[in-house]
Design a protein around this ligand. Structure first.
Ligand code: TXA
Ligand code: MG
Length: 341
């Protein structure tokens, strides 16, 4: 049985983790699937229950900013200063820093055998208490079966892992709704955003003024040179039915076309377009009034439709290509088999 652990019972979550069991935990982005990061067997079972490829390294979650220096090779004063600047501004928060791992601190299964490690300080007090009570950092990939939308609610974690993991820490739905920005600090050319998230290039550039910042994959045309997070190459966020990402401009044409083929459509759309389309589809959810609400609700909408019978096509509104919309667009386009804009 999977125990729902209340914030007041955090010691119980910590003992499960110390025993090598898996405990899902809330963050500001999505729920993570926790295992104590010094137990190779526990970490292996994270890969096993998720069905996650073993070459896709895990993020290590810490409870206090200065702890990052205990787990990395800290021999470069410039990098040390850079980390202090970044963490003062963005931690706790949705920014993962990829740094050279200190040999011997984590079993190699944590880092997928790489000589770097992704470290993050989540903006969730209960989870930081859990890490402190556990006494060692915890790994935490998103707490979903690999390939499925990431979990933003306790119910999503239970849907995928009830009876499979030791517990889940109870909390409200997550505030941001997509995973952290992953930033590589180990490339001599500059800082590289390996995965887009709430923290954008412009936000980073306000703090880091003396180094170039690149979006991974755009730094060089040579594929071999283009650094990426290993996880970015895998199928992601996909419900059972095909997903189409459609801009507001193209929406009426696309829905008319699907309707002429008698295809049963589920639509997730901005609040603005909700009234306009609600009678022309089999199922509809509103993503709210802003890009923030849409980002927060995207994965929940995909999961809602996933569990509905007789839906044949999921359609989700694709917001315009601006920096602020970047993380939403990245996740939706990855989930989609067709993009119309
Ligand atoms: O918001 C988040 O980051 C959530 C919450 C639970 O903290 N966690 C999360 O973990 O999204 P996961 O495992 O689903 O995604 C981790 C991403 C993957 O794309 C992985 O390849 C990349 O980070 N990554 C981890 N360690 C890395 C490393 N050493 N070098 C490059 N990429 C790394
Ligand atoms: Mg994930």
């Amino acid at each position: 049985m999977t125990k729902i652990i209340q914030a007041s019972e955090i010691e119980e979550g910590a003992s499960l983790l110390q025993d090598g069991q898996l405990v899902a935990f809330p963050t500001e982005t999505v729920f993570g699937l926790g295992a104590i990061a010094n137990n190779a067997d526990a970490v292996k079972s994270v890969y096993a229950v998720k069905g996650r490829p073993s070459d896709n390294p895990l993020i290590v979650h810490i409870a206090d900013p200065e702890d990052i220096f205990d787990y990395m090779i800290d021999d470069d004063p410039e990098r040390h200063d850079l980390i202090e600047k970044l963490t003062a501004q963005f931690w706790p928060g949705p920014l993962t820093l990829v740094v050279p791992v200190k040999p011997g601190t984590f079993p190699s299964v944590v880092t997928g055998g790489m000589d770097t490690v992704g470290i993050r300080l989540p903006d969730h007090g209960t989870t930081r208490d859990l890490i402190r009570a556990t006494g060692f950092p915890i790994v935490g990939p998103s707490a979903n079966i690999s390939g499925k939308p990431s979990p933003t609610q306790v119910a999503h974690v239970m849907h995928d892992f009830d009876g499979v993991i030791g517990g889940v820490v109870n909390a409200e739905p997550t505030r941001i709704g997509v995973e952290s920005t992953v930033l590589d600090l180990t490339d001599s050319r500059g800082l590289i955003i390996l995965r887009p998230g709430y923290i954008t290039k412009s936000m980073l550039a306000e703090v880091v003024t003396d180094m170039p910042i690149y979006i991974g994959g755009t730094i060089a045309n040579n594929a071999e040179e283009a650094p990426k997070a290993p996880g970015m190459k895998y199928v992601h966020y996909s419900p059972n039915q095909p997903v189409m990402a459609v801009s507001s401009d193209k929406m009426s044409n696309v829905l008319a076309d699907l309707s002429s083929q008698s295809i049963k459509v589920a639509l997730a759309t901005s609040e603005n377009n909700f009234e306009k389309y609600k009678t022309s589809v089999a199922s509809i959810v509103s993503l709210g009034p802003t890009i923030e609400t849409a980002t927060q609700q995207l994965f929940a909408a995909l999961r809602t439709f996933d569990d509905q019978e007789n839906i044949q096509q999921i359609v989700v509104e694709l917001y315009p290509d601006t920096e602020k919309n970047g993380a939403y667009r990245n996740r939706l386009i990855k989930a989609s088999s067709t993009v119309v804009e």
